[in-house]
Design a protein around this ligand. Structure first.
Ligand SMILES: Cc1cc2nc3c(=O)[nH]c(=O)nc-3n(C[C@H](O)[C@H](O)[C@H](O)COP(=O)(O)OP(=O)(O)OC[C@H]3O[C@@H](n4cnc5c(N)ncnc54)[C@H](O)[C@@H]3O)c2cc1C
Length: 290
């Protein structure tokens, strides 16, 4: 059983890991893909930088610093987290158990520009299979995405008997296991429906594919998607709701950095991570005593 698992190795995740380690615990960090920091061309407004650094360089320095302190970092994608007292973390590298989890995977919710998609959010367009699968039992649904996360969402939906088709929206399929669902790789033109979703039109056909639900699962599962799956409260802007100690509304689950909204800057992510690390370490100690 891990004590503290951290999802994301950006400024928030690494800062959290440093504080957990300094508190005498042994954090495990999962990271996959490219986050906001690595995308930044140049950072020059962060403390201590006498010359601007590329985001990638600052990211690499963070990883090197953590590794020098013996912090374990695994390159794997977190797909789902479940549980109450302790947590089960499903990743593409297997399932892990932990006493506490810090969500620090940035703000990754991607919503492609497809006509009708935004308008039909909450009326057939969903971002969370675990939350909404129940409403689509035995119904035809689409999953929009081309990665393991999309496949994971498709499998959750199919467990309720939904007839799932995966739409990659023009992207090459990038699954690490076989996709057992019908696959449409053509670009999506529009999501059809007035009151609710009735279909999705793609460039390869003149008629829409009839679907009643469309689950958006692009890229990797973001912290907010994971928090939503678990039933943690989000803010009006779909950020994870935390208090000043970076506690989410689920005991044992903490969040830090861009996924909690507010100032989207390295300085704030580092602060959040530090606080989340301290709070998580205290939480683990109290759990042990109990
Ligand atoms: C173009 C650009 C320019 C910017 N310029 C500046 C600037 O000049 N100054 C400044 O202070 N800030 C700047 N920022 C903002 C800054 O980069 C972010 O505020 C900061 O990186 C947030 O840190 P974070 O740790 O919360 O998230 P991120 O940096 O996004 O790190 C999250 C990490 O989690 C990983 N991850 C995501 N999903 C999963 C998953 N399912 N499983 C495992 N790992 C996952 C990601 O790959 C990533 O490595 C800029 C951002 C961008 C995009």
């Amino acid at each position: 059983m891990e004590q503290v698992v951290i999802m994301g190795a950006g400024p928030a995740g690494i800062s959290a890991a440093l504080y957990v380690k300094r508190a005498g615990l042994d954090p495990l960090v999962f990271n996959h893909g490219i986050g906001a920091l690595a995308k930044a061309e140049k950072i020059e407004n962060y403390y201590g930088l006498e010359r601007p650094l590329s985001g990638q360089e600052l990211f690499d320095r963070g990883i090197a610093q953590a590794k020098a302190l013996g912090i374990r970092i695994i390159d794997t994608e977190v797909l789902e987290i479940s549980g109450f007292d302790t947590f089960e973390i499903k990743t593409t590298a297997g399932t892990f158990e932990a006493v506490s989890v810090i969500l620090a995977s940035g703000s990754t919710r991607k919503s492609p520009r497809i006509k009708g998609l935004k308008e039909l959010e909450g009326r057939g367009v969903s971002y969370c299979a675990i939350c909404d699968a129940f409403f689509y039992r035995r119904k035809p649904v689409g999953v929009l995405g081309n990665s393991d996360y999309a496949l994971h969402e498709a499998r959750i939906l199919s467990q309720t008997g939904a007839e799932v088709t995966v739409f990659t929206n023009g992207m090459e399929p990038d699954f690490s296991s076989d996709c057992e669902f019908p696959l449409v790789t053509a670009k999506a033109v529009s999501v059809e429906g007035n009151e609710v979703v009735t279909g999705i039109l793609t460039e390869d056909k003149s008629d829409p594919y009839p679907i009643e639900g469309l689950f958006v699962a692009l890229g990797t599962a973001g912290s907010t998607e994971i928090a939503r799956q678990m039933g943690a409260e989000l803010t009006e802007k779909s950020d994870i709701r935390v208090n000043e100690l970076m506690e989410s509304t689920i005991p044992g689950i903490f969040a830090a950095g861009d996924c909690t909204g507010g100032l989207l800057q390295v300085a704030k992510a580092v602060h959040d991570g530090a606080q989340a690390g301290l709070t998580a370490a205290k939480y683990v100690r109290n759990q042990k005593k109990a």
